[in-house]
Design a binder for this molecule. Structure first.
Ligand code: ATP
Ligand code: MG
Length: 242
């Protein structure tokens, strides 16, 4: 995979061109292309094994595509994996400091302070990460993804382990980031959440991008009067042979 300078309209932050990923004979991603705008909030939805994690991790630069390119350099992209890579014996602040050093940030301490404030973790700064609630661990996971003040933040199923109140907090926080100009891409199996919070959705199935557009546009592609977005989504997949 090559990383090239951004082209296209100035509002575009991240473009994927013909991303393909092979695992041996298995095609996990098949020529996936799209262009995302500054401050856009985009959901990636699709069945298990569709290629959502593969796509996000390739965009983040933690995995290489077999072919294709991403226009935003990995240093400008924040990555929030589904399984947090946290050091459970270290404190919240120590984890942030460690990752800030790994990312070679100029001013480690101010980055740590900034992230503690931004993610509302100041009161937890000295607490051992292994003792945090799932919601606070997720917040730290996101704080690490945001340390380098990336132009785009990618989150793999960020809400899957959260209770409804923590989920609400997550989406308020993520919506605020997008509102301030960060492009946010998240995957989810909760399609109602995708409909509610995303400007556009990307539908992947068996490695193919089947749709990119707004939730109402997706509903518009299926006939009849679907009860809700989830029904429309299932009908859409069915109509495309999935
Ligand atoms: N490291 C790997 N080696 C071999 N095959 C892999 C590897 N990672 C993913 N795959 C395969 O690639 C395909 C896409 O997997 P991926 O994890 O991206 O799907 P997903 O949409 O994130 O699924 P889920 O909803 O279950 O998280 C699957 O067929 C999976 O088995
Ligand atoms: Mg996945």
């Amino acid at each position: 995979m090559t990383t090239v300078a951004a082209t296209g309209p100035p509002s575009s932050t991240l473009t994927a061109r013909s991303l393909t990923k092979q695992f041996g004979a298995r095609t996990a991603l098949s020529s996936v292309s799209f262009e995302l705008s500054v401050g856009e909030l985009v959901a990636v939805i699709g069945p298990n094994g569709a290629g959502k994690t593969t796509l996000l991790s390739i965009l983040a630069g933690v995995q290489r595509a077999t072919s294709g390119e991403v226009t935003l350099a990995p240093e400008r992209i924040g990555w929030v994996p589904q399984q947090p890579a946290l050091y459970s014996k270290l404190s919240v602040a120590e984890n942030l400091r460690l990752f800030a050093r790994l990312e070679k940030l100029a001013d480690t301490e101010s980055a740590v302070e900034r992230m503690l404030t931004q993610t509302d973790l100041e009161q937890r700064a000295g607490e051992e990460v292994g003792r945090l609630s799932g919601g606070n661990q997720q917040r730290l996971n996101i704080a690490i993804g945001l340390l380098s003040e990336p132009a785009a933040l990618l989150l793999d199923e960020p809400s899957s382990s959260l209770d409804p109140r923590q989920r609400e907090r997550l989406w308020t926080f993520v919506g605020g980031l997008a509102g301030r100009g960060t492009t946010v891409v998240f995957s989810t199996h909760n399609v109602a959440e995708a409909e509610r919070y995303a400007d556009r959705v990307i539908v992947l199935a068996d490695g193919e991008l089947l749709f990119i557009g707004t939730p109402p546009e997706l509903e518009g592609t299926v006939g009849g009067d679907p009860r809700d977005f989830e029904t429309a989504f299932v009908r859409f997949l069915h109509s495309r042979g999935h």
